[in-house]
Design a protein around this ligand. Sequence first.
Ligand code: ADP
Length: 148
Amino acid sequence: MKTAVFPGSFDPFTIGHKDIADRALRIFDRLIIGIGYNINKTAGEDIAARAKAIETVFAGEDRVSVEAYTGLTVDFARRHGARFIVRGLREVKDFEYERNLADTNAAISDIETVFLTARPEYGFISSSMVRELTANGYDASRFIPDKP
Ligand code: ADP
């Protein structure tokens, strides 16, 4: 059974993230969506709410689980017996950052990173853009996945 971890901040989880997760489910048997956070920077209630929102999106899909973690993603993946990390790539800037992370993870573990490129229609969507719109009174709900 092939298990992959899809790690991210998911603050919030967008339709771009959902698309990557759905496509990863065509490749892997199980997907663990890992909400990586820094204990000193993020309130526990925020993380619990973020996890709950993602779980609701995948209600009925028993191949997906959602869990928050601190520390290194490779350690989180190892704890779950996952040998793959899934990440999304939108633009060249993502690639440079992601390659660095993937190379570091490959240097310290045998966990392989698998990249899926963003679909063009989702390529401009980011959590920070959603936060910015919301903070300024705009309705950003169309960038957030529907609940089934
Ligand atoms: P991080 O803080 O780890 O970058 P994010 O929640 O911003 O976490 O993103 C998690 C992953 O999803 C990253 O690999 C990121 O490149 C990817 N991603 C973010 N937005 C999109 C999108 N619109 N389309 C495809 N991939 C995306």
